[in-house]
Design a protein around this ligand. Structure first.
Ligand code: SF4
Length: 423
């Protein structure tokens, strides 16, 4: 039996080789399909094909499992396919939780926590390990923390998440799932000085690679990670850490989410990207040399753009734009950012754009910043590129979201809007 793969984005690309071993593909289908588009030699069709030319074929959802519920609902309620056609159809329930609790785990060898330290949040639920704790004890302590918080949220009893703006009612699969991402918080230095970042002053710490490997193995034994889980090296610049080769080897049994400022085209990063199970994330936060230097603290815009193009030849890219009010929220920078994306797209590579606010800055987003976020959104959507938000539940307040969405709609109605398009 052949399957239609629904979803032709980052997840499908990263997992194609594994997926095809279990479910032979017939074609891809995606809401953002472009006429004549192909992926891995297969056509990428619009959703209408699910009920016209391919009305009997089974459908495999190849989007991030976090979106499985909304994708199932979309396919059934809007496209009109029956649930019997969806492979591995799942039931979901409404619970009070957040994205991080359900999908992520952060740790170093001294402590573990359930979400990242974003300025918009309360102090995250965390557990401190003792010297006597074995890797297994540490994993158990983290699982217990997760269980305790989930139970407290279900029962409405007081807990560390109280007051967090990320909490909400979410539809969660009734079948427990392995984590989407595990973030390693190494003490790692950085060669840039981003204006919004407080990590760069850290010094590179010597990492006990054996301890991390054992901890990962324990997580696997406990069933909280599997081969689909992403391993992410959080904080600092990976390309300047002396143990990056060993650590990347430990992580690369899984999918890799490599975060780099791309000032260096690093042979070890290249090696692991070339394995085909990695995504490279880079915060460019600008589209001009001058602004890059202001935001990132070094005059390296051209070098980074060059490295990004080279990296994009071997792996999927996530290109991030963190808006710093009054510095990079202007048309010249958005235009330059989109021009770089066009260059990368012309060589046929996959790219996702991630928009972010400075999470540590609690002041409301200005009209100008929201206008530039909207401008970037429309430019990205016009090119049928996947768009995501960093920490989506904390990006906008209700009022900011309303203004942002209104600006997006206004821009969409501007006839012939094609920002950054090459002449
Ligand atoms: S609800 Fe907030 S504090 Fe609690 S885990 Fe989620 S993001 Fe962190």
């Amino acid at each position: 039996m052949k399957y239609i793969y629904y979803g032709a984005g980052t997840y499908a690309r990263a997992h194609f080789e594994e997926l095809r071993k279990q479910h032979e593909p017939l074609c891809f289908c995606d809401r953002a399909a472009r006429p004549g588009q192909t992926l891995f030699g297969l056509p990428v069709l619009p959703p209408s094909a699910l009920t016209s030319t391919n009305a009997d074929a089974s459908i495999l959802i190849t989007r991030n499992p976090y979106f499985k519920d909304e994708t199932q609902k979309y396919l059934i309620e809007e496209v009109g396919v029956s649930k019997e056609r969806i492979a591995d159809y799942e039931e979901f329930e409404l619970v009070r939780t957040c994205y991080s609790i359900e999908n992520e785990l952060y740790f170093d060898m001294n402590s573990g926590w359930l979400c990242c330290f974003l300025g918009q949040r309360v102090k995250p639920p965390m557990v401190t390990f003792t010297e006597k704790d074995s890797p297994r004890d540490k994993v158990e302590a983290l699982l217990e923390l997760r269980r305790r918080i989930k139970t407290a949220l279900t029962q409405g009893s007081p807990n560390e998440c109280d007051g967090c703006i990320s909490l909400g009612m979410h539809r969660i699969s009734t079948t427990p799932k392995p984590l989407t991402k595990v973030i390693f918080s190494f003490n790692c230095s950085c060669n840039l000085r981003c204006s919004y970042c407080s990590q760069w002053h850290r010094k590179n710490e010597l990492i006990d690679v054996w301890a991390y490997r054992t901890m990962i193995n324990e997580m696997k034994k406990a069933g909280i990670i599997d081969q689909n889980t992403y391993m992410c090296w959080g904080y600092g610049e990976i390309a300047i850490h002396p143990q990056r080769a060993e650590i990347l080897s430990v992580m690369s049994e899984y999918n890799l989410h490599i975060i780099s400022n791309c000032t260096i085209y690093d042979e070890y990063v290249v090696k692991h990207l070339a394995l085909g199970k990695a995504i490279l994330n880079c915060s460019l936060d600008s589209g001009t040399r001058e602004t890059y230097a202001k935001v990132k603290g070094a005059d390296l815009f051209e070098q980074v753009c060059y490295n990004l193009k080279r990296y994009s030849e071997i792996a999927a890219l996530e290109l991030k734009y963190l808006f710093v009010p009054g510095v990079n929220d202007n048309e010249a920078d958005v235009d330059g950012f989109i021009s770089l994306i066009d260059d990368i797209l012309h060589s046929g590579n996959h790219i996702t754009v991630v928009l972010s606010r400075d999470c540590a800055d609690k002041s409301p987003l200005s009209d100008q910043t929201l206008a530039m976020m909207a401008l970037t959104t429309v430019a990205v959507e016009t090119r049928c590129i996947p768009l995501a938000f960093f920490a989506p539940d904390t990006t906008f307040s209700a009022t900011e979201r309303e203004i942002y969405l209104r600006k997006v709609e206004e821009l969409k109605t501007v006839d012939g809007f094609k920002i950054g398009e090459k002449k």
